[in-house]
Structures are given as C-alpha cells and as structure tokens.
Design a protein around this ligand. Structure first.
Ligand SMILES: [Mg+2]
Length: 331
C-alpha cells in the first residue's frame, strides 16, 4: 500500500478508504496505547476486550464542524483531544476508567487527509495519556462541508468501587466540591471570540485535560453524586440538583476564589461567567458526606433540602443555569 507521507494537499476522497486507514493505523501505531485487556484490536471486523469486573460502562459523544468546533480556532488534533477528554470524563464521573474507545469519522470527500491525520494524532495522544487503547472505528462519506467525529468509550468501575456514582445520590448535609479549577475553558473561549489565538486558557479550551483518576478516587471515598462539568457549573449542577431532589448552594467566596484566578487575564465579569457558565471544563463536580472530600478538590458549597424547585443557588440567589446574566457580581 502506498505511503501517504506528509503530502497534506491530498483529500480523503482522493486517497479513499484504504489510504485513510493506512494513515490512521500508522498514527495509532506511533502514538497509541496498548492494553492488557485488548484481545483483538483494530483491523478485524470487531474488537475483542477482556472484561475484568463483569459490567461495562459505555458512553458516546459527537462533535460536528461548525457546531462544536470552528476550523479557524481548532485543529484536527484539538478536536481529537477534546472528544477523548469528553468521553473519558463521562466515564470518570461514574467512578470508572476507560478500557477502549471507538471512533467514527463522517466527512466530505474534500476533507484534507492531513486533517484526518491530525485528528487521529489528537485522539491517539489523549488516549495514550489516559492509558486507553483505540480499539476500532468507522469511516463514512458525507455531503459537502460536513465533518462529524463520534467517539464511543467503553470502561469499567475502578477496583474496589461497588457501584457507579449517579447524579441522583446527593443528600442535604453533603459537601459540594469540584476536582479542579473551573472556568479555564470558558475563559479561553471568550478570548478566542475576542480574537486571541494563544495563551493558557485558549490552549485549555482547545485541549481540555483533567485528572481522570479523580473519578475513581471520589467514588472510593463515598461520593454520593457526580457529574463532569461539560455544559457549565450552572447547567450540570442543576442536573444533579434535579436528579437528587435537592438544592446545591454555592459559597460566594469559593466562586469568587475560582474567578479570581482568571480575572487578571479576562476581567472580573468574564471570569465569573466562565466559572458559573463555562462549558467543556470536564472537571468532576461531586457531593460527599462531610469530611470525605478528597485532597486537591475545591469545596464549592453544600447540599440543602430544595426550597422550591431543585436547583443551584449562589448564596441566596437562584442561579441562571447558563451562568449568564449575573448582575449580582458584574453590575
Ligand atoms: Mg458529562
């Protein structure tokens, strides 16, 4: 089979499925992670994975060009990296870790082969960082302008974790905490919109990464509910609140502390908006019985009985799920 080399000018339509797969397998071999549990990897009709615990976690996420990323802001490698983080954070939020990912690319024939290679590099690097193998995938041609990437991640609960942590287990009296700083991705998105193309928050928005091991860590110490912050603290917090039938009450000083890290670069108002409403953060938001919050987590507030409709409050104020419209801080 011919080598496609670095001739970035060619399109996927020109090299065809065999040419694309040659490229993809080459990149996976270069960067990919192996795994003990992988009995049969890519190349056959299906992958075959050993299951340790007898129960499988499964999740999927799709990103669409123009919808979930803009080519002006994000490279193929950024997209590959981000979609792996999204999926693996979903597994982590249940107390699990990945055992394999499957990737589907649906694209116009005019897509440069180089973009496809970059995408695979991003996927493979992110997977290797997490120690999760790419076990299979699919390719399909789509109409003009269309590029969609879909990843399905398989996983299992960390050892010693008896049950997946759900959104519905938060109880009044629990402590609300997050596995790391919030607002970095949101701050970076704001900077991209303002025309900036570099900087640590821009980088974090393009390639968010979190300590995925904190999911199993939280589950092991008895987290009562957990979710990853994919759509913003307000929206994802409200999901936990509704599923659990409680209010999540954010501590104003804790929120101000997180925003304070971002404010010197993006301004106080945007910093606050990024902390409360910024999506694609993927840090884990969890509730714990008092005294059980793992080291390194940031305490954000507490769980109380719902006042009316379950939701998220900042002090005494009900939080707009979007985190926007925050006259309270922004003036
Ligand atoms: Mg999620």
């Amino acid at each position: 089979m011919e080598s496609t080399g670095d001739g970035g000018a060619r399109t996927v339509g020109e090299v065809g499925e065999r040419g694309i797969l040659t490229e993809v397998f080459g990149v996976l071999a270069e960067h990919g992670a192996g795994a003990d549990g992988l009995l049969v990897g890519p190349g056959d009709d299906t992958a075959h994975l050993r299951v340790r615990s007898g129960a499988v976690l499964a999740t999927t996420d799709t990103m669409v060009r123009g919808q979930d990323w803009l080519d002006e802001w994000s490279t193929g490698e950024d997209v590959g990296h981000k979609i792996v983080t999204q999926n693996l954070a979903d597994l982590a939020s249940m107390g699990g870790r990945g055992t394999g990912v499957l990737i589907t690319l649906l694209c116009e024939p005019e897509l440069p082969l180089a973009w496809c290679r970059d995408l695979t590099t991003g996927l493979a690097r992110a997977c290797a960082r997490a120690g999760v193998p790419v076990v299979g995938g699919d390719l399909s041609a789509a109409g003009p302008g269309v590029v969609a990437v879909s990843v399905t991640a398989l996983g299992e609960l960390g050892e010693g974790i008896p049950a997946a942590v759900l959104r519905s287990g938060a109880r009044p009296g629990d402590v609300l905490a997050v596995s790391g700083p919030l607002g970095r991705s949101g701050a970076g998105l704001g900077q991209l919109r303002a025309g900036r193309r570099a900087g640590r928050w821009v980088d974090h928005h393009r390639r968010p990464w979190v300590d995925l091991e904190q999911g199993p860590v939280a589950a092991r110490v008895g987290a009562t509910a957990m979710i990853d912050v994919s759509d913003g603290l307000g929206r994802d917090g409200a999901r936990v609140a509704r599923a659990s039938g409680v209010d999540l009450v954010l501590d104003e000083a804790a929120v101000a502390g997180l925003a304070g890290r971002l404010a010197p670069e993006v301004g106080e108002q945007d910093a606050l908006r990024a902390v409360l409403g910024g999506g694609e953060e993927h840090e884990l938001l969890a509730t714990f019985p008092p005294g059980r919050v793992p080291a390194g987590w940031v305490v954000l507030g507490r769980v109380e009985a719902a006042q009316e409709e379950p939701g998220v409050r900042l002090g005494e104020q009900e939080l707009d799920p979007s985190g926007g419209g925050w006259d309270h801080f922004g003036g």
